[in-house]
Structure formats: C-alpha cells, structure tokens
Ligand binder design. Sequence first.
Ligand SMILES: Nc1ncnc2c1ncn2[C@@H]1O[C@H](COP(=O)(O)OP(=O)(O)O)[C@@H](O)[C@H]1O
Ligand SMILES: [Mg+2]
Length: 253
Amino acid sequence: MSRLPTGVRGFDEIVGGGLMPGRVYIVTGPPGAGKTTFSVQFIVNGALMGENGLYLSLSEPVSNIIEDMTSSYKFPIKDLISRNKLFFVDLAPYEENVICGDEKVKSYIEKFLTAYTHKIESAEHYFTLTDVYHFLSKILPPLKIKRLVIDSVMGLRGISPETYGKEFIKFMRGLKTFNVTTLIISEMYETLKYQPEHFMAHGLIVFHHFLHEGRMVRGVQVLKMRGTRHSEDIFEVVFTSSGLEVTKRVIQI
Ligand SMILES: Nc1ncnc2c1ncn2[C@@H]1O[C@H](COP(=O)(O)OP(=O)(O)O)[C@@H](O)[C@H]1O
Ligand SMILES: [Mg+2]
C-alpha cells in the first residue's frame, strides 16, 4: 500500500515510509508536547504537495492556532490559505470561525455552521460525532480535502456514552468514504490513560515530555499502526523554526 509522507523529518522512517492513506490516527500526549505542531505540519506539508487540508477546531478559535503556529515556526500557512490549499474552521460558530482564501467558500461553510449555534447557546458545549460527520460530509468533497485534523476529541461526544464506541467506528468508516487521512488530537492528562478512541483508531501516536538523564526531553512513540511494522521505541523530538524533527532513539522498548 502506498504511504503518505507526513513531511515531518525523521518520522516517516519509523512508520515504514509514512501514514496509510484513508485512515484515522489519534495524536495524543500532555499539553505542550507537540501535538498541534505535528498536526499542522502534516497538513502544511500535504498542501505543499497539492493535497488540500482542513483543520477543524472544536474548542479553540482557529485564529489563535494560526497565530501561534506562524509566530513559532516559518510555516507558509497564510500563503496556503490564500491559495485555497488550507482551510481552518472552528465548529463553534463564533466570529472569525472560518479562515480561508475565498469569500464564496467562506459563506458556503458558514451556512452549515449555523446549524450548531444552538449547541453553544444552550451551553451544551460539545458536538456529537454525528454533528461533526454531518458537517464534514458537506465540506470535504467540494473542498477536495485529503488531509484532515480534528482538534480535539475533548469537544467530541457520542450521542450517549454507551454508544460512543459504536459511533466512533461508524465515524471512522464514514471518513474512509471521503478518502481523507485524519489526525484526531486527544489530550492525555495522565500518562498512558487510554480513551475508547485510542483503541479504535487505526494508529496511535503519542508525544511525551519527560526527564531523561537529567534533562527534559520531548519524544514521540508510535504505539499502534495497523497494517504496518513499526518501532515502538521512543524517539527524541526537537523543535526548530521548520517545526518538529524526529532525531535519535532515546528509549528502547
Ligand atoms: N521554535 C520553537 N523552538 C522550540 N520550542 C518551540 C518552538 N515553538 C514552539 N515551541 C514549544 O513547543 C511546544 C509545542 O506546542 P504544541 O505543538 O502546541 O503542543 P501541544 O499541542 O501538544 O500542546 C510549545 O509549548 C513551545 O514551548
Ligand atoms: Mg495543542
């Protein structure tokens, strides 16, 4: 099967050349470990290769994310937005919830967002998987999205907790029909405290931030990737102005 290069230097080598297209990956780890940077790098690199990307936020205004990412790194985000290669959307219908390069596309997306206004007004401050799926089904095909980031699973629920697992599987199957490769960001507040979607996703990429030989180290570990051989070791991650870069093995499992 062909692989999708993430463009994150050193990462593709540990997963046999890249991610498998059409699958859903969970990106998890503690705050500040690099989840957002990795995910933005994934869509930026895709867009540079001609694959359109969508960053769907369920919690934070997308303008903040763009601001943080462009002030920390030299990602050409603004240029890719203006060329209709990258789209940033906040599902919560606040102001500035759609950042894209075309006014017509912007009003098309905004039209669908109004369906979720009541969720915010009724302080029912989360979206169900069905809401997200419904929204994506309207947006992904016309915008020709090939790489998708959903940030984060904290803002996602099933219709009821009992059916969440089943709904998540349906959600993943649905995404597959759009031929899109998805990263879902999931916060991890306690080390290795897994959530249902961690078991169901096709792959689980964990970012770590830990004390190693007297210094704080950032690391990445691929705990699961169906259909491929991969290392489960922890590799050191360094941040540069071009984003994060995977360097050497720090912990052998
Ligand atoms: N150019 C840079 N060089 C070194 N560290 C950086 C740079 N830019 C950001 N960082 C650090 O990288 C961290 C990465 O954050 P982020 O990707 O937002 O993590 P997460 O989404 O997991 O919270 C930030 O906490 C910041 O301290
Ligand atoms: Mg983040």
